[in-house]
Design a protein. Structure first.
Length: 166
């Protein structure tokens, strides 16, 4: 079954967003259920029976394109900032008014841009262990909730307690 007109998730205009969020972050199923006013089991059911792999691939491509554009912009900004910092250091002296403030400010901007680049690389590069764990967790959610909702809720509460999630 690819889609169902009786399924709240299938019929919401936000379907692609909910599906994308579910597969990127295993902790959002309860948020989706809360947003739509449906039981969490309905979210699991939708993701197992109605979610179309083609939609998942399309969403992944769209997300990858946006992430690629963002990475290119961050690289460009880092290059510009690094060039400005080099110019300042080459042409200025410590005795000029505002030199140290400007140098520190540019240095901080370069550092923050590099941090953003690394964060994007970690998130959108080759699949990380965290992403693999989230996908494995999603499969466990669907299967355990289908077979034994009580067991799933007990395991979920224990995991949340161990991770300090409220």
């Amino acid at each position: 079954m690819a889609a169902n007109t009786d399924c709240v998730i299938c019929t919401t205009p936000m379907r692609a967003d909910y599906e994308r969020a579910f597969f990127e972050d295993g902790s959002v199923s309860h948020n989706i259920a809360e947003d739509l006013g449906i039981p969490e089991e309905s979210v699991y059911h939708h993701m197992k029976h109605h979610f179309q792999p083609l939609v998942q691939k399309t969403a992944a491509i769209e997300v990858a394109l946006v992430a690629g554009q963002e990475i290119n912009l961050l690289r460009s900004n880092a290059e510009k900032l690094n060039h400005k910092l080099s110019e300042l250091l080459d042409e200025g002296t410590v005795h000029e008014d505002g030199f140290v403030r400007d140098a520190v400010s540019l240095h901080k901007e370069v550092r923050e841009t590099v941090k953003d680049l690394l964060r994007f690389q970690d998130q959108w590069g080759a699949q990380s262990d965290g992403q693999q764990v989230n996908q494995t967790f999603n499969v466990l959610q669907v299967e355990l909730n289908k077979e034994s909702p009580e067991t799933w809720m007990r395991i979920k509460r224990q995991l949340e307690e161990n991770l300090g999630v409220e």
